[in-house]
Write a protein that binds this ligand. Structure first.
Ligand code: UD1
Length: 360
């Protein structure tokens, strides 16, 4: 029996784990132990995902959250070392680019436990982003690198990964697997005033929520957009804190600010929105899964194939770009051809690779 210790901690990781854990359960010879670091802890950011997507309950809950990056990652590292001592797994599996990802990869590699990284090879080439630091370090520590896209493989090759003791596997995107599986279980969010036509907005990146002056500019830009359309804005706790603490301009009446929604509710909104506006990595892809154009509130993206295909425009915090991109997509909706993120079997490919023992 091959034992896999999986680390999750932040919202997008619960969605990815829902797809991969199911594939692991379906494959004989694999056993999974789940550890929740606690990075995301509000019921609406964590528990609801486990319940709705029937993710196996974590055996370990570390409850580490709301700390600066160093303290958060350091405490996770310390706690994970103990878990690894107790469990002695054959693999450590980590997802994406969060502080939980890096802590898991570091703890395991110090104990000579091989690391498998889901969503390997992505780069924004912006080292100011904590996520970029986390993913570069995690990739370098990993033995199995599960790449969602061709571009991710190219990135690793350019960094010399073919010379390292690791295996690079093109899998497709596990979030695509999740969207296909859960799509017809979508649930309407518990909010009465959902307009017939709306733009779906999310903002949570540190670079967009660190500075109240910059965020005030973003509010002004969103209010300008709201002169053209209703905007539905499920607000991440980080952004909520900023809005509460700083003296910021009010949102216009056509901006509907609601609590974070569950994954199944998000799928319902994705199905119905006209355009997605976001600084999230996952939402950029989900917009494409649902054939919705996306405007990204960042200067760069890890998902460059979306921009190349004309499905996504990078606007950073430029309000003129935002309004122009909205007009562009409304007048010329892109023609989605599909196929960028695999065939919906990424999780099965991952489970198969984990059951082959490459350490011999
Ligand atoms: C983290 C990840 C990011 C990922 C995102 C998904 C890192 C460096 N960043 O960013 O890659 O895209 O998750 O959402 O790991 N908070 C709550 N309740 C919660 C969760 C967070 O109040 O359930 C608060 C925290 O206390 C903190 C703030 O929100 O003050 C930000 O949380 P944090 O985990 O630092 O980063 P995210 O912005 O969520």
């Amino acid at each position: 029996m091959t034992k896999i210790l999986t680390i999750v901690g932040a919202r997008p990781q619960f969605i990815k784990a829902a797809a991969v854990s199911r594939a692991i359960q379906e494959r004989s010879g694999l056993q999974e132990v789940l550890v929740h670091t606690g990075q995301h802890f509000d019921a609406g950011m964590s528990r609801v995902f486990f319940e709705q997507m029937q993710i196996p309950g974590p055996k370990y809950q570390l409850n580490i959250h709301s700390l600066p990056h160093g303290a958060m990652t350091g405490r996770m590292l310390e706690a994970l070392e103990e878990v690894l001592q107790a469990e002695q797994p054959d693999w450590m599996m980590v997802y994406g680019d969060t502080n939980s990802t890096l802590a898991g990869a570091l703890a395991a590699s110090k104990m000579h436990i091989p690391v498998a990284h889901v969503e390997a090879g992505l780069r924004s080439f912006n080292m100011q982003m904590p996520e970029e630091v986390n993913r570069i370090m995690t990739d370098r520590l990993s033995r199995l690198l599960f790449c969602p896209t061709e571009k991710a493989i190219n990135n690793l090759e350019a960094e010399g990964f073919r010379n390292f003791h690791c295996r690079i596997v093109r899998t497709g995107d596990v979030m695509y697997d999740a969207a296909l599986f859960f799509r017809n279980r979508a649930i309407k969010p518990d909010y009465e005033n959902i307009p017939d036509h709306f733009v779906l907005l999310t903002i949570h990146r540190e670079e967009n929520t660190r500075d109240p002056h910059l965020f005030a500019d973003m509010i002004r830009a969103i209010n300008l957009l709201a002169e053209k359309t209703d905007v539905l804005f499920p607000m991440h706790p980080r952004t909520r804190k900023l809005v509460k603490d700083a003296h910021l301009p009010a949102f216009s009446q056509k901006v509907h600010v609601i609590d974070p929604v569950s994954y199944l509710e998000m799928l319902w909104l994705l199905e119905r929105t006209d355009v997605v506006i976001t600084d999230s990595g996952g939402m950029q892809k989900e917009a494409c899964f649902f054939e919705k154009p996306c405007i990204t509130l960042r200067g760069e993206t890890e998902w460059v194939e979306l921009v190349d295909a004309g499905y996504n425009r990078l606007c950073g915090r430029d309000s003129t770009c935002l309004l122009e991109a909205y007009d562009h997509f409304t007048n010329n909706p892109p023609n989605f051809t599909g196929g960028l993120y695999g065939k919906g079997n990424a999780s099965a490919i991952i489970a198969e690779a984990l059951s082959e023992d490459i350490r011999k």
